[in-house]
Design a protein around this ligand. Structure first.
Ligand code: C5P
Length: 226
């Protein structure tokens, strides 16, 4: 069983709240950088006021004190889950965990937008790129640093579950209900498959935000994930 997080990838707080109001009982919403720079903390408050838990997906990667202060600030706003890059390193992850208090942190490993060759170039590695091994290495680093969740693509979720142990959250985007379009996602899974592989939280955007009947799609995904 997994919880469903709706990615509010829309242009304004008004649109975001209109969507949320169509989804009674919504447990989680994801606010990303585009919406956050436009609407900021006020939107977080509006969501919390509607009983929706906020996943703030700003993927922090910076010097220790900056990340720790941002994490502390998010926790103070009432955010329940936020992202940091595992590539920020052990000291940054540990500082973030210490600053997070009751808020849970999710580590991002290798961005799915990297091509294998592009990623290998970026991190100065030579030889045949092995991105799956990198995902596992970074997931292990995050887990060893005390991070309580890992963001993982459907393709890697089973391998990351082995590393994360039974209790950490695995937050999985790229979810597509059977028969829906993939959009620009290359690695997708249907909700039941992601849950079977070990996902605890499914992140779903366009299949819901662009649906004619968002509520029907949301309810279908919740049922498939339970
Ligand atoms: O519309 P869709 O369901 O593809 O949205 C997925 C959400 O998850 C988007 O907000 C996207 O930025 C995010 N995400 C992703 N893949 C990752 C990390 C985050 O699709 N690897």
């Amino acid at each position: 069983m997994a919880e469903v997080i709706v990615a509010l990838d829309v242009g304004s707080a008004r649109e975001a709240l209109e969507l949320v109001d169509q989804l009674p009982g919504l447990g989680w919403a994801k606010v990303g950088p585009v919406l956050f720079v436009r609407e900021g903390p006020a939107l977080i408050g509006e969501l919390e006021g509607r009983g929706v838990q906020v996943f703030l997906d700003l993927k922090w990667h910076d010097i220790l004190s900056t990340v720790a202060e941002a994490v502390r600030g998010a926790q103070g706003l009432g955010v329940k889950l936020a992202t940091v890059h595992a590539l920020g390193g052990r000291a940054m992850l540990e500082a973030a965990v210490q600053a997070a208090g009751p808020m849970r942190l999710a580590a991002v490993t290798v961005l799915t937008s990297h091509s294998p060759g592009g990623y290998w170039d970026t991190v100065g590695r030579t030889g045949e790129p092995d991105v799956a091994a990198e995902v596992e290495r970074l997931a292990r680093l995050a887990v060893d640093s005390g991070v309580g969740a890992v963001v993982t693509s459907p393709r890697e979720v089973a391998a990351v579950r082995e590393i994360a142990g039974p209790d950490r959250w695995l937050v999985v985007p790229g979810i597509r209900p059977a028969g829906s379009v993939a959009d620009d996602q290359r690695r997708t899974a249907d909700p039941a498959a992601a849950v079977a592989a070990g996902a605890t939280h499914l992140v779903v955007g366009r299949p819901i935000t662009r649906a004619e009947n968002p509520r029907a799609v949301y309810d279908g995904i919740v049922e498939a994930a339970s």
